[in-house]
Write a protein that binds this ligand. Structure first.
Ligand SMILES: NC(=O)c1ccc[n+]([C@@H]2O[C@H](COP(=O)([O-])OP(=O)(O)OC[C@H]3O[C@@H](n4cnc5c(N)ncnc54)[C@H](OP(=O)(O)O)[C@@H]3O)[C@@H](O)[C@H]2O)c1
Length: 280
């Protein structure tokens, strides 16, 4: 059976965890014949092309979007080869800590003087993208067109929810919440399991109930569309067990303070990694 293509061709630079997750989503949607650059991936399904280096992409390939998904420190090595394509198509970067201006300048440095400024759009996805349940937040500079923003949304919607911010410096708090956030939720499952074992539960049972509680609560929140505060109150009978636990967790110096401190630390680190922010 021939699959209908709904997404235009892309040039995907780096197909590891995040690039691979996005590619899986695009393949399910139907992707026009595209080039994927990766040193390790073994294959991509026809009619797509897997190449080992950006130098192996034919000059006459016209992608609708160039997607950068290498590790941030490895992207500079591909700039020279990618720059000519950036004259034909916008660049969508999922690289943590690399600013729009920094990437745009790095591409421009590889182009003849007087070339148009490459359009770079920045996105911060998270690991649930690998199962189509991701959260990606995007920032586009004013030179990006509505059509270019729309194409980013279409590509990223293939792996989860998409939202846009108007100021690039908001990406630091986004990174602290949704980029790093899955780790906090996994930690919650880990800690509940550990406390369960310490409290005398068989380890397998502690693991099962901790994991399924985190997964089930997340699914309930999304599927019901109900405010999490109301869902929390629904579990909390006055004077009951949940209330006793929440009195501990919600004390001002407990979770509210700890989480705020943790998120601020992550956002601060994101800012440090990004270097000076452009004025948006
Ligand atoms: N994973 C996440 O949770 C997450 C979340 C948000 C954002 N991101 C961003 O996503 C980006 C990718 O992360 P990742 O975890 O997917 O990294 P990854 O698994 O290392 O994938 C990158 C892939 O690109 C390949 N590559 C790099 N340079 C290449 C070149 N010149 N030619 C051919 N292949 C090349 C790498 O090969 P080598 O290993 O040989 O270089 C690797 O296979 C990062 O910039 C990260 O900041 C990731």
């Amino acid at each position: 059976m021939t699959q209908t293509t709904t997404l235009p061709p892309v040039l995907l630079v780096g197909c590891g965890n995040m690039g691979g997750a996005m590619l899986d989503g695009w393949l399910k949607e139907g992707l026009a014949p595209s080039f994927i650059i990766d040193r390790h991936r073994e294959s991509v399904p026809a009619p797509h092309h897997l190449v080992r280096s950006p130098d192996d992409v034919p000059d006459d390939f016209h992608p609708a979007m160039i997607v950068l998904a290498t590790k941030p420190q490895k992207v500079d090595a591909v700039m020279a080869a990618i720059a000519p394509f950036a004259l034909r198509a916008p660049v969508l970067s999922v690289l943590a800590g690399r600013t729009v201006a920094g990437l745009s300048d790095a591409l421009a440095d590889q182009l003849p003087a007087g070339s148009p400024v490459p359009v770079v759009i920045r996105a911060m996805p998270n690991t649930p993208c690998s199962i189509g349940q991701g959260m990606t937040v995007c920032y586009a500079p004013p030179i990006a067109t509505p059509a270019q923003r729309m194409l980013c949304t279409r590509l990223l919607r293939a792996v989860g929810d998409v939202a846009w911010i108007d100021h690039e410096d908001q990406m630091d708090m986004v990174t602290a919440i949704s980029g790093s956030g899955p780790a906090y939720v996994f930690l919650l499952a880990e800690l509940m399991e550990q406390v369960g074992v310490a409290g005398g539960l068989p380890p397998e049972l502690a693991r099962q109930i901790a994991r399924q509680t985190v997964a089930g609560a997340g699914a309930l929140m999304v599927r019901s569309g109900t405010d999490p505060a109301l869902l929390r109150r629904n579990v909390t009978s006055p004077g009951g067990t949940t209330q006793k636990a929440l009195e501990v967790l919600m004390a001002p110096d407990a979770w509210p303070a700890t989480l705020a401190t943790a998120l601020k630390a992550a956002a601060h680190r994101s800012r440090e990694l990004s270097g000076p922010q452009p004025v948006s």
